[in-house]
Design a binder for this molecule. Structure first.
Ligand code: ZN
Length: 410
């Protein structure tokens, strides 16, 4: 049995656990140390630290304080790791906590977080997904069942002071270009809710005030939300500090490319069994700025898709220049419109795109003025035939099952 180096108690607050942190800062002490070649297990909270509950109300999604996230397990120090090395991480296995065999998906209110389709879904909504071994299904989104492609949404090493300064500078300058935007352009440091692992006192206060939020992916990896970074993958991380400081969290049972629902994939508490090794001087040897990885030998087999195209002309008819963001949004909206013809609500269709193993492709970025993005919807996840035919769509669902929705507070 590999040793469990970090344990989490889902009945207690993540801020009571000194092996958990929710900011990136080089001064956060290592939670534990391992040697190259070691394999070990880290348990994790879900990314909200248990704030979102397994119930039939979206009030928690509406009301969450987003400066509290993400709760990460670590940092794990690796003996002998030095700046410039590559930390090689084998994700040997990942699973849900046996006492928590469910996950959540939702859309944030436009006034608190927003998301990719927030103009179309401005209010908080939620769906709960039950985990049955390697499969999942939801009491709020009928008609679909699929195998999990389990992965950490967030994994990476600690930045050094120089890198942290650079992150804060560029993101604060960006926010200053439109400081009152709703939702905001980026997430600035926010000391009040920072949990800095073992740090206490003045040192904690100082680091909390400048610690980088965990929201975006950055040079070190971080919140990349790559669905294919699944169990069985091997990741090569740039190392910036002595010991590397590897942290992980935000486990997903399954997610579609883009994590378009933002709250988020199928979010779960769980455990990661991993093994670490080093490539000394690997960053320069291989010209690595951002992490690279090898995929898992095992993925769910969905080989039939219905593929929706989108171009960079927005919902209001405005032309955009080769804008992949706009094009992918159109592909997603086209898929939602199509699924509605089979009886799904727009919210249920949106949820499916967020949680199922949906593929997103950048198909063309040169044919002026339109980028072309495609959304690949696996047809085999549905319990009915979702293909188009001359007979027209058969309404599989009668609308009697819906997703919890919470109106905004006045
Ligand atoms: Zn997540």
């Amino acid at each position: 049995m590999p040793e469990t180096l970090i344990k989490v108690d889902l009945s207690s607050s993540p801020t009571a656990n000194e092996n958990i942190h929710n900011r990136w800062h080089p001064d956060i002490p290592m939670a534990c140390w391992v040697k190259p070649g070691d394999d070990f297990v880290l348990e994790t909270f879900d990314w909200t630290g248990g704030f979102i509950k397994n119930n039939d109300s979206a009030d928690d999604v509406r009301d969450i304080d987003l400066t509290t996230v993400h709760y990460l397990s670590g940092p794990v120090g690796v003996k002998g790791a030095e700046p410039g090395d590559l930390l090689v991480v084998d994700l040997l296995d990942i699973g849900a906590k046996p006492d928590s065999l469910w996950g959540f998906n939702g859309f944030f209110s436009k006034k608190n977080g927003g998301g990719f389709l927030t103009d179309h879904f401005p209010q908080a909504q939620k769906s709960i997904w039950d985990i049955e071994g390697m499969f999942t299904r939801s009491r709020h989104v009928p008609g679909v069942k699929f195998a999990g492609l389990i992965h950490p949404g967030l994994i990476g090493c600690l930045p050094d002071h120089k890198m942290l300064e650079m992150w804060n500078k560029r993101e604060l300058e960006f926010i200053a270009t439109d400081p009152n935007r709703v939702p905001p352009l980026a997430a600035p440091p926010s000391g009040g809710t920072a949990h800095m692992g073992k740090m206490t006192g003045d040192a904690k206060m100082k680091a909390a005030a400048e610690g980088a939020r965990t929201v975006p992916p950055r040079e070190h990896g971080g919140n990349c939300d790559i669905k294919d970074l699944s169990r069985g993958s091997k990741i090569f991380f740039p190392v910036y500090v002595d010991g590397a400081g590897l942290s992980v969290g935000d486990l997903h049972f399954s997610q579609g490319d883009g994590e378009i629902t933002f709250c988020g994939a199928i979010e779960m508490a769980g455990w990661v069994h991993m093994k670490v090794s080093l490539i000394k001087g690997g960053m320069a040897l291989y010209g690595i700025k951002n992490p690279i990885f090898k995929p898992s030998p095992i993925t769910p087999t969905y080989n039939d898709y219905l593929i929706f195209e989108g171009i960079s002309v927005d919902e209001w008819g405005k032309q955009h220049y080769l804008d992949v963001h706009v094009a992918y949004r159109q592909a997603c909206l086209n898929a939602i419109e199509y699924m509605k013809k089979f009886g799904y609500s727009a919210a249920q269709a949106h949820s499916i795109l967020g949680v199922a193993p949906v593929q997103g492709h950048i198909s063309g970025v040169v044919d002026i003025p339109n980028a072309c993005a495609t959304l690949w919807l696996p047809t085999q996840i549905f319990g009915f035939d979702i293909n188009p035919s001359a007979a027209g769509p058969k309404k599989y669902l009668d609308g009697s099952i819906s997703m919890p929705l919470s109106p905004d507070l006045a």
